[in-house]
Design a protein around this ligand. Structure first.
Ligand code: SAH
Ligand code: SF4
Ligand code: F3S
Length: 507
């Protein structure tokens, strides 16, 4: 009997990548993917702690599995990721049927831990050191960048991939768990990154998204006086034949240098897009958040992007209802949305997190109803901006990397229970070079191709159009094509970094 593993992933792109890699390594041990937890021998949750909601979802999923696990003591139930690092043995206290707790800095041990849990019948833990538990060097060493050989079959689509260039975070925003769950900021060497990118392109990958919590703080010290920053890296990655598009997330406003903006503008393969969260439009709130910039510095950075790369899209994140946020300070977040022309914003209600500075120091004093209202008000303001920006594209022709079936088609596929033929006329979706979502009539065969689409209509979230031309050759072979069609059926066209309130629902 082949061994089966089931995995559920919440959280940001880092987690999506980690899950891909963990499953890749388990495949090498002879595992295949199960569709449901009940048919799997190993059940894994790759977790997120950024907001309470993300953790609650996992704890209730664990509750639902309690009886099943008690009936099947031979099975292994594992908690991976940020919640594992944050809650540690608290997880075992709340859910004693868990067999494995493994933080994001120890994922390479997952196959070995599964075997140990099976052999001993006792829970296994693999965690990195706390930020104050040892010297920086030792803490860094306990967060191992997990980047084994890539397995194309584990990705949502074979032609798009995430590539980690940095782990951890050193910014310590007062509301945020990430610096403790992901550890100290460390940049990977350009050689490792380039070799992984080449490997991905050999596997049929056309678009790579570089990942880092503050990706534009990327800086690799070669130890011989040479340093590589993000713009240097982009130039080198641009030289890879067969790679068509390069993106990177998430940016930190103070590290948005001119050389980076110019690289995005000038390098033809760069997607003209900066995700650079403001978090709030009010200086007092930013100070309590310890974001380390003022609104005038953010505005200056936004203006520099306008001046140097006028075409580039910019998007943001906001937290509403942070401790001490008054109506007046919230209004300043609405104001910054109204003047910044963000393509979209991800908006979150403040969720106090144990272990963060804000949790210890400030009271969560904005009532839930007020957070909700502010969240909606900010969404309304953002959607007006989004609609205005999207309208600019009506009548124009854009180049789209076709990602897969549109959400409407995906729903239809689910309802009917079978996949459309590669040549069936269905609605497809993709993204432009400015990171805008486009929906158009096409066929599954187009997944992974570049198409020119003439834009005829728009909402605040999605452009609609007709295909003008498709590049005459898809780079995918038959096997990859079949995989793309399967993937397309379960692929969310916009893998968003976070669940939460997104100002851009999909088509
Ligand atoms: N490193 C990225 C992303 C961090 S987490 C960055 O710095 O932008 C993604 C987003 O979640 C953050 O940008 C922030 O808007 C939100 N977030 C983080 N902690 C939160 C909390 N405690 N409550 C609500 N939203 C939070
Ligand atoms: Fe969290 Fe701030 Fe680091 Fe982003 S920059 S991961 S919000 S601490
Ligand atoms: Fe969540 Fe960890 Fe990412 S807390 S947002 S999964 S870095």
């Amino acid at each position: 009997m082949t061994r089966k593993v089931y995995i559920e992933t919440v959280g940001c792109q880092m987690n999506v990548l980690d899950s891909e890699l963990v499953i890749g390594s388990l495949r090498k041990e002879g595992y295949s993917l199960a569709e449901t937890a009940f048919e799997a021998e190993v059940i894994l949750f790759n977790t997120c702690s950024v907001r309470a909601h993300a953790e609650d979802k996992i704890y209730s999923a664990l509750g639902r599995l309690r009886e099943h696990m008690n009936e099947h003591p031979e099975k292994v139930l594992g908690i991976l990721g940020c919640m594992a690092q944050k809650d540690q043995d608290k997880i075992l206290k709340r859910a004693p049927h868990v067999d494995l707790v493994c933080g994001p800095g120890q994922l390479e041990r997952v196959p070995e831990l599964i075997e140990a849990a099976k052999a001993s019948g006792r829970p296994q833990m693999a965690l990195s050191l706390g930020r104050k538990e040892a010297t920086r060097h030792d803490v860094e060493a306990s967060f191992i960048s997990y980047d084994p050989i890539r397995d194309a079959s584990m990705r949502p689509t074979p032609f798009q991939a995430y590539l980690r260039i940095q782990i951890g975070c050193d910014k310590f925003c007062t509301y945020c768990v990430v610096p403790s769950t992901r550890g100290p900021e460390q940049s990977r060497s350009p050689e490792h990154i380039l070799s992984e990118a080449n490997q991905l392109v050999d596997q049929g990958c056309r678009e790579i998204t570089l990942l880092g919590q503050t990706v534009n703080s990327y800086r690799f010290d070669h130890g011989d006086g040479r340093k590589t920053c993000l713009s240097d890296l982009l130039i080198r990655l641009s030289g890879i034949n067969g790679l068509d598009r390069i993106r990177f997330v998430t940016n930190y406003p103070l590290d948005m240098t001119n050389d980076l903006i110019d690289a995005v503008r000038d390098l033809p393969k760069m997607v003209k897009y900066f995700h650079v969260p403001a978090q709030s439009g009010c200086d007092e709130v930013l100070l309590r958040m310890k974001r380390q910039y003022t609104i005038s510095q953010y505005d200056e950075m936004r203006q520099r992007i306008r001046d140097r790369a006028p075409e580039a899209s910019v998007s943001s994140d906001f937290i509403v209802g942070f401790s001490g946020e008054t109506e007046e300070s919230f209004q300043k977040s609405v104001d910054i949305v109204n003047r910044s022309a963000f393509k979209n914003s991800y908006i979150f209600k403040y969720s106090p997190r144990e272990g963060t500075r804000a949790f210890d120091k400030y009271v969560d004093d904005v009532p839930e109803e007020v957070k909700k209202r502010r969240n909606n008000d900010l969404l309304v303001a953002q959607n007006q901006q989004s609609l205005f920006l999207h309208r600019h594209w009506i009548g124009k022709e854009v180049e789209v990397l076709v990602e897969g079936l549109s959400l409407t088609t995906q729903r239809e596929v689910k309802r009917l229970g079978f996949l459309p033929h590669a040549d069936s006329p269905v609605q497809m979706t993709g993204r432009t070079m400015h990171d805008l979502i486009v929906v158009f009539d096409g066929m599954p065969r187009l997944a992974g191709s570049m198409a020119k689409v003439h834009i005829t209509d728009t909402t605040a979230f999605t452009l609609f159009g007709q295909i003008a031309t498709v590049e005459n050759q898809t780079t995918l072979n038959e096997k990859q094509m079949a995989q793309a069609r399967h993937a397309a059926a379960r692929f969310n066209p916009s893998p968003t970094p976070k669940e939460g309130n997104i100002s851009l629902p999909m088509a």
